[in-house]
Design a protein around this ligand. Sequence first.
Ligand code: FAD
Length: 393
Amino acid sequence: MRDEFRDWLTAHWDAELTLQEWRERLADSGWARPSWPSQWYGRDLPAWSEQLVADELGAAGAVGPPLGSGMWLAAPTILEHGDNELKQRVLRPTMTGERSWCQLFSEPGAGSDLAGLTTRAERDGDEWVVNGQKVWSTSAHYADFGMLLARTDRDAPKHAGITYFVLPMHQPGVEARPLRQMNGYASFNEVFLTDARVPDANRVGAPGAGWKVALTTLAHERSFGAVRRPRLERGTGRVVDEAATEADHFFETYRWYPQRAGRVDLVVDLARRVGRADDPVVRQRIAALLSLQRAQEWTARRAAAARALGRPPGPEGSLGKLGASRVARAAAEVHAMLAGAHGTLAGRDGLLDGIVTEVLVSVPAQSIAGGTDEVQHNIIGERVLGLPKEPAP
Ligand SMILES: Cc1cc2nc3c(=O)[nH]c(=O)nc-3n(C[C@H](O)[C@H](O)[C@H](O)COP(=O)(O)OP(=O)(O)OC[C@H]3O[C@@H](n4cnc5c(N)ncnc54)[C@H](O)[C@@H]3O)c2cc1C
């Protein structure tokens, strides 16, 4: 397979195309997502083919499909639950990067209890009219499409009255207001929906079946790890330049995500800088942190190996997420111990140009995003350990 892809790449890679032209070529060849069905821009290959193609693209200095929730969450969800007309309309522009996405699930009163959401959609001929408010919506200030969950039947039990839509974001009824976080960044938004319109043709799955569809999106969300920059350093030409600009724009939203993960990579150097590297208590704490991180990495690799073998995202996703939270919190404690009062200084006054302080005020997000630690504990208790379900009111 590697040989076949290399041959294709040698014959078709052209650095002077536009980024979109190149991605169209990649999508139409089936190599952009080789594990997808051949009918939908794939090649029916096993899941491990994805990594092989990514490695070969990187080695050749070529560019892959776009980053972001479109390819990671929306496309696999639509592939599984959407009808053919919707797949026809949205998969290709998502793969070429012409359309970007955001996730409109959480609301002020519905995060962990997502099924309690109150944004409603009412049928009006061939369209639905949407009213309500979403929050925490990452990248909604520029996204073209939103993965929207809305209540379409108020009389049905809460999980049964929800429908999943592809909401066109650029319309008068959709207003995204960025929220400023305590670390100074503004990567997510409140989204106000006032008589926003969505065609019935943009419904994913049957009316009332949205919960099942949302579980597919959430399973994919829990299973992907850190967001990595594409390896573009080996490439040159127009495609690569445009991809680098696209990556800069994309990563603007995620600039603080490494800090949110705890920056374990900085602690040894920081201990030396502040003259504490010989302190036995400090050494013990750092050793415990590095051991925890190593164990977490191996768990994540086990999850990745299961995915590469084509198994659906499973409980390792929840374990990995919980592990990442523990590492981040342990790292923040070590940073705080080393920084002392300096840990309260932001910007250039702070240690490592303020990065240490940024770690301290970003780490809490790790335990919230994509489902809180407590909710992960519930999932592990119920689905992995088979404990009785928590009592529902
Ligand atoms: C950086 C970041 C990016 C995000 N991006 C998006 C996005 O793009 N789109 C989107 O839709 N959402 C997004 N979210 C929202 C995220 O999914 C929610 O914040 C999360 O699901 C928690 O919901 P909540 O904030 O309403 O907290 P709540 O559900 O109100 O929880 C409050 C507290 O109660 C605890 N709790 C709640 N229920 C239980 C229970 N059953 N058992 C035990 N404890 C419980 C929680 O663990 C938490 O400590 C993002 C969040 C963050 C931090």
